[in-house]
Ligand binder design. Structure first.
Ligand SMILES: Cc1ncc(C[n+]2csc(CCOP(=O)(O)OP(=O)(O)O)c2C)c(N)n1
Ligand SMILES: CC(=O)[C@@H](O)[C@H](O)COP(=O)(O)O
Ligand SMILES: [Mg+2]
Length: 621
């Protein structure tokens, strides 16, 4: 077991060439075995075993800086930097993160999680290094999928004028989560087959070079020209023309070839892009066959690749998927947009049935928002399905391109609230705040699976900007009989008593039902209102509630700052209503990885904690 010889960073440099081959296999076996138990990002990590090893062989940690775009493929890097024991608690509360974390290791140069940030961060390191006259290498590792994110081009454009070394490793496995999309992906297809170019290049160069007069000179001229024939001699023109030297493509599973490539890359005085070809899921047949299924996986049976927990009840995403398919059939103008998250957002079925009205724009959420605005301006009914934390990338576009013009774009904000294992970068903590403050935006959140369906339909038919936010995971199927038609800006009174009134937001309704039970068992009279609309708030309902109760409690899975509770508090204060308001929300902070149930208890958003807070508040009045 050579993996046992790797106790800390740089230990890999003590292994012989033969031992390195063994180590690659051991790492794969280790990752498959561990992730089959904990779940996590498997396919991407299996694809970069040799690449990561070669990086660790050719650079010195922590002095040299490695930045992993998205960071979901950093498990081997963690293994090689002394964190082997962490894999038993991977992504568990208090355990090792599934992404690079500076607080976890000085070998993690930059925290990542959202796509396309690595080149910008790497360039920041490079500029600092040069100003401080320090001497270390900086490597940004970015996948072909992440290279569809616009921020990467902003960074490449800015890096091009650099005169000092900056290594950008393009890990090209021809996959995003699902198939990669767009012009850059197509361009990379061309480069991937560059071996064909290489042979042709050599043949053409030989032929021209052998011209009796001026042959060599002509070859040199062609290499300098901007003509398309230059592609025969210089692949990667897109990067070269930008001023970024292009090396490759290199076999990303051949450590010797990678060693040679890194040695060459180190010598470049300026930005250099090393194009590495890898196979997503390499070394585990089920993941090689279906890399999308094994991009992010729950625990699975190693022998068969089958998930250990078979899918149970519908998730909110499943419900959304069904509604979209139904709407797509009935509304020829309905178009669906995803930013490289077709499966995660439940749009695969819509894509299959209405391919002409489905758009995967790549990892480009900002573009997706304005693209949707353009579609709406032209008379279509666009629905952009996007994770709460990824929609943060399209904030200005929602203001500037959708809401200012009051264009009928629907935002299906999935993974809103706590998502759990992905941790700080992926928790959907802010969407109620960042959406509610945008003029002309309507914000809704459903109490259960049926209301989600009703709200999506209502939003699409509203003919104005609207967002429906719902969480990751199983859809609550209680209170099916409470299905009053959605009325704009109106909340839904479910239980009407006195003393205390709970206003729950979205999926916190399920928790609020339990809170109410605890309060009633403790002798309190308690009403329950399903807020339904976070913006606009139902002022009439709040004024009525203020007359009948002494304490009004809002419950939402969103940060407190700018959330529903604060909006209600401001309204009650402004109207001088005679009721005390207790906003129950998430703390204004980041929340690390762990199971959602554990996290809710940690932040006191579980039913018992909320009930205790309410009783304390009520007694203290
Ligand atoms: C802003 C943002 N949008 C979407 C995602 C979800 N996401 C995580 S990895 C991934 C695909 C990345 O593809 P690639 O860069 O090629 O890496 P690979 O998994 O192929 O190694 C996506 C879309 C994200 N992390 N950040
Ligand atoms: C790494 C990344 O950003 C995605 O793979 C994300 O982890 C998917 O999240 P879900 O598992 O909630 O679809
Ligand atoms: Mg990829």
């Amino acid at each position: 077991m050579y993996l046992e010889k790797i106790q800390k960073a740089n230990d890999i440099k003590n292994l012989t060439e033969e031992e390195l081959f063994e180590l690659a296999d051991e790492i794969r076996d280790f990752l498959i075995e561990k992730i089959s138990k904990t779940g996590g990002h498997l396919a991407s990590n299996l694809g970069v075993v040799e690449l990561t090893m070669a990086m660790h062989l050719n650079f010195q940690l922590p002095e040299d800086k490695m930045i992993w775009d998205v960071g979901h493929q950093s498990y081997t890097h963690k293994l090689l930097t002394g964190r082997r024991e962490g894999f038993d608690d991977l992504r568990k509360y208090g355990g090792m993160s599934g992404f690079p974390k500076r607080k976890e290791s000085d070998c993690d140069a930059f925290d990542t999680g959202h796509s396309s940030t690595s080149i910008s961060a790497g360039l920041g390191y490079v500029r600092a290094r040069d100003i401080l006259e320090e001497n270390y290498h900086v490597l940004s590792v970015i996948g072909d999928g992440s290279l569809t994110g616009g921020m990467a081009y902003e960074a490449l454009n800015n890096a091009a004028t650099l005169k000092t070394n900056f290594i950008i490793v393009l890990n090209d496995n021809n996959m995003s989560i699902s198939e990669n999309v767009g012009g850059m992906s197509h361009y990379l297809d061309g480069l991937r087959t560059a071996e064909a170019y290489t042979d042709l290049k050599n043949a053409v160069e030989m032929a021209i070079g052998s011209f009796p007069v001026g042959g060599e000179k002509l070859v040199r001229h062609i290499k300098r020209t901007k003509s398309s024939i230059k592609q025969l001699f210089v692949p990667g023109m897109f990067f070269e023309d930008m001023g970024i030297k292009y090396l490759g493509p290199v076999d990303g599973h051949n450590i010797k070839a990678l060693n040679r490539a890194f040695k060459e890359a180190k010598r470049v005085k300026g930005p250099v892009l090393l194009h590495v070809l890898t196979k997503k899921g390499k070394g585990y047949f089920p993941a090689e066959e279906n890399p999308a299924r094994f991009h992010g996986t729950g625990p699975f049976d190693v022998a068969t690749g089958e998930p250990l927990s078979s899918g149970g009840k519908d998730t909110y995403t499943d419900v959304f998927s069904k509604v979209m398919t139904d709407l797509g059939r009935r509304d020829e103008k309905l178009v669906a947009i995803t930013a490289a998250m077709e499966d995660g957002t439940g749009l695969a079925e819509f894509h299959k049935r209405y391919p002409k009205r489905f758009f995967d724009v790549g990892i480009a959420e900002g573009h997706a928002v304005t693209f949707a605005a353009g579609l709406a301006a032209a008379g279509m009914h666009p629905v952009f399905a996007v994770y709460s934390s990824f929609l943060q990338r399209g904030y200005d576009q929602m203001i500037h391109d959708v809401c200012l013009q009051k264009l009928p774009v629907t935002f299906a904000v999935d993974r809103a609230g706590l998502v759990g294992s992905d941790g700080e970068t992926h928790q959907g903590l802010f969407d109620l705040s960042y959406l509610s403050e945008i003029p002309n935006m309507t914000v809704m959140s459903p109490k259960n699976k049926w209301e989600l369906a009703d709200m999506v339909r209502f939003a699409v038919e509203l003919g104005a900007p609207a967002a429906v936010r719902y969480p990751r995971g199983t859809a609550y199927d209680g209170f099916k009989e409470y299905r009053k038609p959605i009325e704009y800006g109106k909340s839904e009174a479910v239980f009407e008593e006195e003393d205390i009134v709970l206003f729950s937001v979205g999926h916190m309704f399920e928790t609020a039902v339990k809170v109410r039970e605890v309060l009633k068992e403790t002798g309190y009279s308690c009403s329950l209102v399903n807020a339904r609309f976070v913006k606009p708030i139902d002022e009439a309902m709040i004024e009525l509630a203020a007359k009948e109760h002494r304490l009004l409690v809002t419950i939402e899975e969103n940060v407190c700052s700018g959330g529903y509770g604060e909006t209600v508090l401001e309204f009650v204060h402004r109207k001088r209503l005679d009721v005390r308001v207790l906003p129950v929300a998430l703390p204004d902070d980041y929340i690390e990885h762990g199971s959602v149930d554990v996290l809710r208890r940690e932040v006191m958003l579980d039913a018992d904690s909320i009930a205790t807070r309410i009783i304390t508040e009520y007694i203290s009045q």
